[in-house]
Design a protein around this ligand. Structure first.
Ligand code: B12
Ligand code: SF4
Length: 596
């Protein structure tokens, strides 16, 4: 055994997602690549599909499936008028109540499953001589799961370095240490620099000197929480670390779906957005178009994949244009399909008009663009710090639709301080643009963002999630809650989120918006969603879903319905069937030789 080579297991994919989450984890691939480049050994354990049968036992799936077919599908999905069939409507209400009970049952099953996984990884530490274990924490099950697994590992292996990373560590560092003392360190934001330094320290035989490692938070023996300096990878190192790092086994059991990181960091600092906090707000790294197209070609040659999702912070229009130019230059304009987030404003774009730009990128394979519209009036956009005007967003989206790109525009509704007629403004905007999909969700507050840190000032009143605490507060026995109250942070840290489900299936959020309670604002969001549906526009469909539907050769409507069922019921058999259908179609699309 080479003692200079340290071996880390990187664990990801815990928690519930819709079909778009049954994919390799790009962040972990990059960490593996960075660790290996520094002479270490890293393996990925992606649990996104392997736990489905345990998390959703057949009898539970059957109960949910029955409810889905008898009331949820007819009224929620097919939009049947509940008043024309009151029996179905009352059944829907009772089914939604039963779903809450089932959700509690599932949460307790989930804990047992994570305990089993914890013991499994613990044995792996011994049998495979692992030197460290890293866990990736996102909102929802992956956070709860990582904490359970880390506690078991710590009990069995008192000296094992356990590293937490992923978006949650940035928002909840101190809160995580209140929940568990198991992690040796939490890596905040991009992980490559810190992880490699930790492994290099282990190579020297010690995990000490954590204070010398950038981008981490750790707990000293006397219980102090220390945050080290934030530092970013140099641009060239980022380009190397982030490039095409897939291996055939990364696709085992999941969709043959590939991500390409096109940017890191965002200087726009929209008040609700987590991105600048996670990957930097001072400099925006953009990957050169040549490297992006090289990556597409490499992945296509190695794995036959010809469809790609660009990730990072939103792709600027000029970067999308450069990618299109590069594909056209290399004679590849009909070779690949790609989907992306895009900002409607771009300081660098030289295109004669947005329409010319959209036509060009559509002609080079851009299949779907997701625009964060957020609001349909300039005063609210200004409050959000969005830095774009509704006229510009409208122009970009109309051009995207006219170019034949499957266009998606999402809204934050309600947002504090928005005008009383915001819903009408959004509907009018949508009537003009007629995108494929327009998801609308209430403001989500994540600690550290401008909106969360200024919640009260912007019009969000924080409320204790536990009714007993609420009573105590009203009786003057407890302080007024704020976003930094331990009860709020703990609740948000372990909030069970499945973004693709409508908000009526979510647990309550611990704040009011514009004086509206959670029930009132989800009802407002639902009303808006219903109005959007009546325009013939989808409401839970993203650019990732567009890429999946296109590959599978099914309509967006059909995929939406299948995915909604799978996300709600967790049905492992049906989910696997969709993954297989995707993979078969993906291979079929690539019958032509991969060499270009
Ligand atoms: C692609 C994507 C996905 C993909 C892949 C996710 C994944 N786990 O890699 C899929 C579709 C699966 C997905 C699912 C979800 N996503 Co998502 N997703 C994104 C998106 C668009 C890009 C992420 C990305 O690839 N970035 C590039 C890579 C390099 O960055 P990264 O993944 O963050 O990884 C780096 C660091 O976080 C860190 N790191 C990550 N893990 C670890 C582990 C260790 C040990 C260490 C040391 C470091 C480390 O190092 C990595 C390399 O630098 C972002 C938005 C955005 N623009 O970033 C949202 C985003 C990350 N997703 C988000 C959410 C909420 C979810 C879901 C919870 C949604 C749901 N359930 O309905 C799930 C959770 C899935 C899970 N448990 O893994 C939120 C995260 C918020 C939060 N606090 O958790 C984001 C920020 C979007 C948003 N603003 O709301 N998502
Ligand atoms: S919403 Fe888009 S533009 Fe605004 S900060 Fe986030 S990534 Fe940047």
């Amino acid at each position: 055994m080479n003692i200079l080579r340290k071996k880390i297991l990187l664990v990801g994919g815990l928690g519930h997602t819709d079909l778009s989450g049954k994919v390799p984890r790009p962040g972990l691939l990059m960490l593996r690549q960075a660790a290996r480049a520094a002479g270490h050994d890293a393996e990925i354990a992606n649990y996104s599909t392997s736990l489905m049968d345990e998390l959703y036992p057949p009898q539970v799936v059957e109960r949910i499936a029955t409810m889905y077919h008898r009331s949820i599908k007819p009224i929620v999905m097919d939009g049947q008028n509940p008043w024309l069939n009151p029996l179905k409507f009352f059944r829907l209400i009772s089914d939604l109540k039963s779903l809450k009970t089932i959700a509690r049952e599932l949460a307790s099953i989930e804990k047992t499953v994570y305990e089993r996984v914890g013991h499994e990884i613990s044995r792996q530490v011994t049998t495979e001589n692992l030197d460290a274990v890293g866990l990736s924490l996102y909102l929802g099950g992956s956070t709860i799961g990582s904490i359970i697994i880390a506690d078991i590992l710590r009990q069995d292996h008192p000296d094992l370095p356990i590293i937490f990373g992923g978006p949650q560590t940035t928002h909840f560092a101190e809160t995580i240490y209140q929940e568990t003392h198991a992690p040796t360190a939490l890596v905040l934001g991009e992980g490559e620099l810190a992880l490699v330094k930790i492994l290099n320290n282990l190579r020297k035989g010690t995990i000490a000197n954590l204070d010398q490692i950038p981008n981490i938070t750790y707990r000293t023996e006397d219980g102090k929480i220390i945050r080290t300096l934030r530092q970013r990878l140099p641009h060239q190192e980022w380009i190397k670390a982030s490039c095409a790092s897939y291996e055939e086994e990364d696709f085992s059991g999941v969709m043959r779906y590939a991500f390409i990181e096109t940017s890191r960091g965002c200087t726009y600092k929209c008040h609700f957005c987590t991105q600048p906090l996670l990957s930097g707000s001072e400099i925006r790294y953009l990957k050169p178009a040549k490297n992006i197209v090289d990556e597409m070609i490499t992945i296509n040659e190695q794995f036959g994949i010809d469809h790609f999702e660009f990730v990072g912070s939103s792709t600027p229009q000029s970067q999308a244009e450069e990618i299109a130019d590069e594909l056209i230059k290399r004679g590849l304009k009909n070779k690949f399909k790609w989907v992306l987030f895009m900002r409607a404003v771009d300081d660098r774009s030289n295109a004669p008009s947005t329409q010319v730009l959209m036509n060009k990128i559509a002609g080079a394979g851009a299949l779907s663009i997701f625009f964060g519209v957020e609001a349909a009036d300039n005063a609210t956009l200004k409050k959000m710090g969005k830095g774009s005007k509704i006229e510009t967003i409208r122009e970009a989206m109309k051009a995207s639709v006219a170019a034949g790109i499957q266009t998606i525009g999402s809204f934050i509704y309600p947002y504090p301080g928005m005008p009383a007629n915001e819903a009408d403004l959004i509907i009018n905007f949508l009537k003009e643009v007629m995108p494929l999909s327009a998801p609308a969700q209430a403001l989500g507050l994540l600690p550290g963002t401008y909106d969360a840190d200024n919640a009260e000032q912007i019009g969000c009143e924080i409320v204790y999630p536990d009714p007993a605490d609420r009573q105590a507060y009203l009786a003057g026995e407890k302080a007024k809650p704020t976003i930094t109250s331990p009860e709020i942070l703990r609740y948000l840290l372990t909030y069970p989120l499945i973004l693709s489900l409508p908000m009526k299936f979510w647990s309550e959020l611990p704040y009011k918006i514009n004086g509206l309670t959670y029930q009132q604002y989800i009802s407002a969001a639902n009303k808006l969603t219903n109005r959007i549906s009546r325009l013939g526009i989808l409401t839970g469909f993203s650019h990732s879903h567009a890429l999946i539907a296109d590959t599978m050769k099914v309509t967006p409507e059909e995929l939406s319905e299948r995915m909604f069922y799978c996300a709600l019921s967790g049905d492992p058999k049906e989910t696997r069937k969709q993954i297989n259908l995707f993979n078969v179609s993906s291979n079929h699309n690539c019958q032509q030789p991969h060499n270009i």
